[in-house]
Design a protein around this ligand. Structure first.
Ligand SMILES: [Cu+2]
Length: 146
């Protein structure tokens, strides 16, 4: 019993710390480990990956992704359709309340098409993500060889 009470007290303490951390910045959407895959210089398209976290108690919707240095950005999902890997567009991607969406190779990704010039390793590309509730958020993506 005593142990259970200590555990409950501990988890309440941890929880209140988390809540404080979020209310400090008032940011409901946060991004972690953004990266863009470096492809050979002749390939004028590539993909970007990131984990999007939603700390609010409402789902949010990704409406648009833009960048001043890439002509066309769109959200795609790689899917196995009848044994063939296909890329389907994934407009209006939903980030669940108190949840996250991971964009990773083999699944969701942001497709960069019509690059004006080839990317170089460690180059940084800024993208603006527009959410229905959270508004516009800028994220810097490093170009990584992986
Ligand atoms: Cu794609």
């Amino acid at each position: 019993m005593a142990l259970a009470r200590i555990l409950v007290t501990l988890s309440i303490l941890l929880l209140s710390n988390l809540i404080n951390a979020h209310s400090n910045e008032d940011k409901t959407i946060t991004f972690s480990t953004p990266w863009i895959r470096l492809l050979p210089p002749t390939v004028m398209h590539t993909a970007a990956y990131v984990t999007i976290d939603n700390s609010s108690n409402k789902p949010d919707t990704l409406l648009n992704v833009t960048s001043t240095v890439v002509n066309s950005l769109s959200v795609h999902q790689t899917k196995n359709v009848d044994g063939m890997m296909k890329m389907l567009s994934a407009d209006n991607l939903q980030i669940p309340a108190h949840g996250k969406i991971t964009l990773a190779p083999g699944g969701y990704h942001i497709m960069l098409m019509g690059l004006e010039s080839s990317l170089v390793e460690n180059q940084e590309i800024t993208m603006t993500f527009e959410f229905k509730n959270a508004g516009e958020i800028e994220v810097v993506f490093p170009v990584v060889k992986r």
